[in-house]
Every structure is written in structure tokens, then in C-alpha cells.
Design a protein around this ligand. Structure first.
Ligand SMILES: [Fe+2]
Ligand SMILES: [Fe+2]
Length: 320
């Protein structure tokens, strides 16, 4: 099995082996001209969250089972921005470009009923995709923004979205088959072959997009929901968070400080869970919350923070 991409990989090398990364880069707002820089350096230069970039890249390369291992490191904010950018790409660029090519490739005169119906089918499909993505932009992403601001609306949850979320690539597959089977194109119909090729690519791209929403986005938002629920259920930790006396954007709760102390001493999530009598999932939620609050994602960085804040002493820390 091939290895997952790492923050220290040179971006130019991995792009040249995997063209999907090009599309990903544009959706993360990363321009070309990456020189010899590593993934982490390029992400940092472009203010992109490196763990989120890697989670998406590894999802494309190795599938959900590998990508989900790092789910607690994923920034919901960065992943949502990535998905929103993909929506703009489909709605404003890829689907209209296919329509323009279809118009050129098929005989749209009134006499050709099959061509007319193909175009009508495509237009209805585009409207369906637009509705699907606008719902996500307006309802789901707005909900996520509220979660990120620390508020948990009571009239919606991400499971509702997951339960009703449908694939949107199957109609494109149907259209492709209709053209292949029933549209009598001239023998040298290069334009039609070309547009069919684009439809194949778009179909795969839409399939991956929806799968990414199911396999990465939904679990990442669920973790965020759990974190907020825990804070709401435990007002004392909220109080601690307010009065913890730490510097930085957001102070840690007492429980989070405990988890941090264990992590920087080199204990595994399982060992931390056992010592604190909590589940591994709760440890993961705390770790995600700690990293989000401090904006520090590596154990080395957390160790420096913990020493600087007097949470641990240098001699207690297992150096990484
Ligand atoms: Fe979407
Ligand atoms: Fe979707």
C-alpha cells in the first residue's frame, strides 16, 4: 500500500505524480510556482491549514479509512472553505463549460429531437446540482459557521444533513450513456468525444466531492458538535476556560490542561483516556479543542506551550 502524503513532502514532486492535487490546490487557493517547497511551507505561505490539506490529499490518494485517522486535526473552517470553493468551480466553471461544448458538439436544430432532449436533460441536471450546492452553502455551511463561533443552533444538526445527502453524479452517468447509445454523431465527431471525456471527468469529480462530504466533512463537524455539547453540559469547564489565567486567544479548561499535560508527557490517547477515566473519543475531542484554541497542531508545539505556561517542567517531557 502506498504511503500517505506528509507535511515534509516536496509539493512539486507529489503533484507530478498525482494530477488531482492540482485541482485541490486551486480549491485551497494555492497558486502554482511552488518551487522546491514542502507541503507545509506552501500551505503556510498561502495561509492554508496543512493538516486539512493533507487530509483531503490523502483522502483522494488512499480513501476514507486512512484520512479519517487524522480527523481530529482537520480544521472544519478550512474544509468548509474548500468545499464552498469546489461548489463555485462546478457551478460557475465546469458545468457551464460542458454545456457550451455540448451546444457546439450536437446538432441543436429543432429537427433533431434527440439533441434537443439531451440539452434539456443537461439543463435540468445543472439546476438540480445548483439546488444541492446552494442548500449546502446556505443551510449547512451557515450552520457550521455558527458552530465555529461557539453557538450550537437547536434546529439543525449535521446528522440531518448526512441522512438526506444524496449523490449527484448518477444523472451525469445516465446522460453519458444516452449520448453514447442514442445520439447518432458524425463519424468524425471529435467535439462530441471531447465533451464526453469532460463528462467522465466531471462525473468522477462530483462523486469524490460528495464522498468527501460524507466521509470527512460530516465526521469533522460531528466532532465540533460534540465539543460544543460537552462545554454546554459542563459549565464549570466553561468557567475555568474564562478564568484559567492563561495567555493566548482562548484559555484552556481545566480538563483540557489535564489532557495537554498527558499528551506532552508522551502518553498515547489510550493511556490518557485510561488515566483520566474518559473515552478515547473524548480525549480526541479535547485534543482537537486544544489545538483549535491555541492554533497549535503539533505535539512539539504543544510541548513548548505547556512548558512556557508552567503546565509541565522540561524534565517531565518526552522530547519528540
Ligand atoms: Fe457539496
Ligand atoms: Fe453534497
Amino acid at each position: 500500500m502506498s504511503a500517505p502524503y506528509k507535511a515534509t513532502d516536496r509539493l512539486c514532486e507529489i503533484i507530478s505524480q498525482d494530477h488531482h492535487l492540482l485541482q485541490m490546490m486551486s480549491r485551497f487557493g494555492i497558486p502554482l510556482g511552488v518551487g522546491e517547497k514542502t507541503v507545509a511551507q506552501v500551505c503556510e505561505d498561502n495561509h492554508v491549514d496543512t493538516p486539512t490539506f493533507l487530509a483531503v490529499a490523502n483522502y483522494m490518494k488512499l480513501g476514507a479509512a486512512t484520512a479519517i485517522l487524522d480527523i481530529e486535526k482537520v480544521s472544519v473552517e478550512a474544509l468548509t472553505a474548500y468545499l464552498a470553493q469546489a461548489h463555485s468551480y462546478f457551478l460557475s466553471f465546469q458545468l457551464p463549460a460542458i454545456r457550451r461544448k455540448l451546444l457546439e458538439a450536437i446538432d441543436c436544430s429543432e429537427q433533431n429531437e434527440v439533441a434537443y432532449l439531451i440539452l434539456k436533460f443537461y439543463d435540468e441536471y445543472m439546476s438540480e446540482v445548483r439546488r444541492h450546492m446552494q442548500f449546502e452553502n446556505k443551510r449547512v455551511f451557515t450552520y457550521v459557521k455558527q458552530l465555529l463561533s461557539g453557538r450550537k443552533p437547536t434546529d439543525f444538526c449535521i446528522t440531518q444533513f448526512a441522512d438526506s445527502h444524496k449523490d449527484i453524479d448518477h444523472k451525469l452517468q445516465e446522460l453519458k450513456n444516452i449520448i453514447i447509445k442514442y445520439y447518432a454523431a458524425p463519424a468524425d465527431g471529435q467535439l462530441l468525444h471531447n465533451v464526453l471525456f469532460d463528462i467522465f471527468v466531471c462525473e468522477g469529480d462530483l462523486r469524490t466531492h460528495c464522498a468527501l462530504e460524507n466521509d470527512l466533512f460530516v465526521p469533522a463537524v460531528k466532532l465540533l458538535e460534540e465539543t460544543l455539547k460537552e462545554t454546554a453540559d459542563n459549565p464549570s469547564s466553561q468557567e475555568n476556560a474564562r478564568t484559567g489565567g492563561m495567555t493566548g486567544a482562548e484559555a484552556l479548561s481545566e480538563r483540557e490542561v489535564e489532557v495537554l499535560r498527558h499528551v506532552v508527557r508522551g502518553l498515547t490517547n489510550k493511556e490518557t483516556a485510561e488515566q483520566l477515566f474518559i473515552s478515547i473519543n473524548t480525549v480526541l475531542t479535547h485534543r482537537k479543542n486544544i489545538s483549535r484554541k491555541l492554533n497549535i497542531h503539533s505535539v512539539a508545539g504543544l510541548t513548548i506551550y505547556a512548558i512556557a505556561q508552567g503546565i509541565v517542567h522540561l524534565d517531565e517531557v518526552k522530547m519528540h
